[in-house]
Design a protein around this ligand. Structure first.
Ligand code: HAM
Length: 431
């Protein structure tokens, strides 16, 4: 048996998970403030939805999908991204009948069969949002401003907002033609992948990682020069809103994004603290996707941020969640579970249970440690109080309470209001 997680996956353990939970808690707070409600979609979808939604010529569909047949022969795919599933849910549940736009957020795993490397996993996690049903450029700007606000609250610095517009079905054909014309003399020099992209989707040549293709496409025209009136107006408004928000961005001619559904605005946020996988998040407008999935023409825009990437920058920049204190109480039972003394242990466990039910964080020993070692464990966990019961206390029906901060100790009757006594001393934060 392999005692190793599958390639491209990993475990998150206590010690790391606190930062993860902090990221999620802050994200939920920001999304909620911006008026987004949470959606959870299945981890697998019909393969066809992803193929049509994300696009047959994309890397995701052509080589990165975890597709399998279930026992009834359905072709299913582990979700490689959330936008197509969210659009499917929007249609399935007639969300277009609700007041528009429908604003949804999500947090959860996605799966892509990619070559694992730093910042690139096969099971990774995205947090993101989609606003469906409005073409307002204010939403494009919101999809940038919202995650930036999240990063700001986490204390992240040094990121770069990259922005472009890749037009719409009206103006993109002319741009595609211009691109093909500019690249035609070098067709044979392009990498094999880009040679097929030339026919199918020449825009993708612009973000090819091959140095040669990069060089050959250096002087080609930019998509922004070909925008129709509507796309140009839309893009000007997105920029004006970002400026009104005080967000600095960089126009990037090469930013075309690797998914087929985008129209008009596309963006990425990158960080110099990430290696070659420098993209913290990506997104854009997809005004044709709802229709592509079988619905009425409906505009949409969204983003998704890689949680592992955010974690990595947080770690690099030393950003940690506010330190949480240790348990309020550590119940020490002296005499442990040795024969004849189980009554002490039992009394201690009942007390532990009562403390927890009253909303206090309470711990005890599970290793049959000596009194001294239990007090040491309480100290190691930074417990505020140690509650000590031994056979002597049992006989007197009392308990010793040690204040671990002050080092003082008192004896209280077991039937007194112990919980009230503790709550009073740890302050008003717990009722
Ligand atoms: P994407 O650019 O494919 O876009 O992914 C968004 C983010 O997910 C990336 O910027 C990166 O941070 C993270 N990511 C992607 N693949 C991996 C991986 N293999 N390992 C770790 N992190 C990864 C989308 O998924 C679109 N659905 C975004 C969107 C939403 N567009 C409109 N709405």
């Amino acid at each position: 048996m392999q005692v190793k997680a599958p390639r491209g996956t990993y475990d998150l353990l206590p010690g790391q998970i606190e930062r993860w939970q902090w990221l999620i808690a802050q994200a939920r707070e920001v999304f909620t403030q911006y008026g987004y409600g949470e959606i959870i979609t299945p981890i697998f979808e019909h393969a066809e939805l992803i193929e049509r939604g994300v696009g047959e010529t994309t890397d995701i569909v052509s080589k990165q999908m975890y597709t399998f047949s279930d026992k009834s022969g359905r072709r299913l795919t582990l979700r490689p991204e959330w936008t197509a599933p969210v659009v499917r849910a929007y249609l399935e549940h007639n969300l277009h009948a609700r007041p528009q736009p429908v604003k949804l957020y999500y947090i959860g795993p996605s799966f892509r069969y990619e070559r694992p490397q730093a910042g690139r996993y096969r099971q990774f996690h995205q947090l993101g949002a989609e606003a469906i049903g409005s073409a307002d450029p204010a939403l494009d700007a919101e999809m940038i401003a919202m995650p930036i606000e999240l990063y700001r609250r986490l204390g992240l610095s040094r990121f770069v907002i990259l922005l472009n517009s890749i037009g719409c079905p009206v103006c993109r054909p002319a741009y595609r033609q211009a691109l093909r014309a500019a690249l035609a003399p070098h067709l044979e020099e392009l990498c094999p992948v880009c040679r097929t992209r030339y026919d199918l989707n020449p825009l993708r040549i612009l973000d090819c990682k091959s140095e040669k293709c990069h060089e050959l496409s250096a002087g080609v025209p930019a998509s922004r020069e070909f925008l129709c009136r509507e796309c140009a107006d839309h893009f000007a408004q997105v920029q004006a809103i970002l400026e009104a928000f005080g967000l600095e961005y960089r126009l990037d001619d090469r930013l075309v994004r690797g998914l087929d559904y985008y129209t008009k605005t596309v963006f990425e946020v990158t960080s110099p603290d990430l290696g070659s996988q420098s993209s913290l998040l990506g997104g854009g407008r997809y005004d044709g996707l709802v229709e592509e999935c079988g619905g009425p023409p409906t505009p949409g825009v969204g983003f998704a941020a890689g949680m592992e990437r955010a974690m990595s920058v947080m770690e690099e920049q030393g950003l940690n969640p506010p330190v949480k204190g240790g348990p309020d109480v550590f119940v020490v039972t002296a005499g442990g579970s040795r024969a004849g003394e189980y009554g002490v242990r039992l009394r201690g466990l009942a007390l532990l249970n009562e403390l927890r039910r009253a909303g206090l964080t309470a711990e005890t020993d599970y290793m049959n440690r000596s009194l001294k070692a239990q007090l040491k464990a309480a100290g190691r966990l930074s417990s505020r109080f140690a509650l000590i019961i031994g056979s002597e206390e049992m006989a007197k029906n009392t308990v010793q309470i040690k204040d671990m901060q002050q080092g003082t100790q008192e004896e209280l009757p077991l039937d007194s209001d112990l919980i009230g006594w503790i709550q009073q001393r740890i302050g008003g934060s717990k009722q």
